[in-house]
Design a protein around this ligand. Structure first.
Ligand code: IDP
Ligand code: MG
Length: 150
C-alpha cells in the first residue's frame, strides 16, 4: 500500500495547528501509521531537502525547518501521495485553493505549514529519514470496507 511522509512544519506547531492539519488528512480516510514530534538538525534538514540544494531559498528553508519542533507523520492508502498533495494545496499559499490546508491556513511561500512527499519514489526515502521500520505500524482498522473500495 502506498505511503507518504507528512511534516507539520514549525510555523504550524507554533500556531497550534498540528491537530487541525493531522485531522484534515485523517478525514480523507488515509490511515495514520506513524507519528512523532522532533526538532530537525541541519544535517537532517539538508538531507531531507537535498533536491533544493543550491537554490536561492535553500538556506532560509533549512534555517526555518530546524528553528523549532515539528510533527512528522506517515499516512497510508491508495494514491496517498497524490491525495495528501491535493489536500495540502499549491506550494505558494496565494495560489492554493480555498479548502486546502495551505489555502486556508498559510500566507507565505516559506511558512506554508505542511510538507508532503511529491512522489512514491521519494516518499519511501523520506519516511526512512524520519522513522525506523518498527515505528511505522501495521494494523487493521475498524470499518475499513467503508473507506477503501475493493
Ligand atoms: P512543496 O513543499 O510544495 O513540495 P517544494 O518546491 O518542494 O514545494 O519546496 C520545498 C519548500 O521550500 C516549500 O514547501 C517552501 O516552504 C519552500 N520554498 C519553495 N520555493 C520557495 C521560494 O521561492 N521561496 C521561499 N521558500 C520556498
Ligand atoms: Mg517538495
Amino acid at each position: 500500500m502506498e505511503r507518504t511522509l507528512v511534516l507539520v512544519k514549525p510555523d504550524a506547531v507554533q500556531r497550534g495547528l498540528s491537530g487541525d492539519i493531522i485531522s484534515r488528512l485523517e478525514g480523507t480516510g488515509l490511515k495514520l501509521v506513524a507519528l512523532k514530534m522532533l526538532q530537525m538538525d541541519r544535517e537532517m534538514a539538508e538531507r531531507h531537502y537535498s533536491i533544493h540544494r543550491g537554490k536561492p531559498f535553500f538556506e532560509g528553508l533549512v534555517q526555518f525547518i530546524t528553528s523549532s519542533p515539528l510533527v512528522a507523520a506517515v499516512f497510508e492508502g491508495p494514491k496517498a501521495v497524490e491525495i495528501v498533495r491535493k489536500v495540502m494545496g499549491e506550494t505558494d499559499p496565494a495560489q492554493a485553493a480555498p479548502g486546502t490546508i495551505r489555502g486556508d491556513l498559510a500566507l507565505g511561500m516559506r511558512r506554508n505549514v505542511v510538507h508532503g512527499s511529491d512522489s512514491v519514489e521519494n516518499s519511501e526515502q523520506e519516511i526512512s529519514l524520519f522513522f525506523s521500520p518498527e515505528e511505522v505500524l501495521s494494523y487493521e482498522r475498524h470499518g475499513e470496507r467503508w473507506i477503501i473500495e475493493s
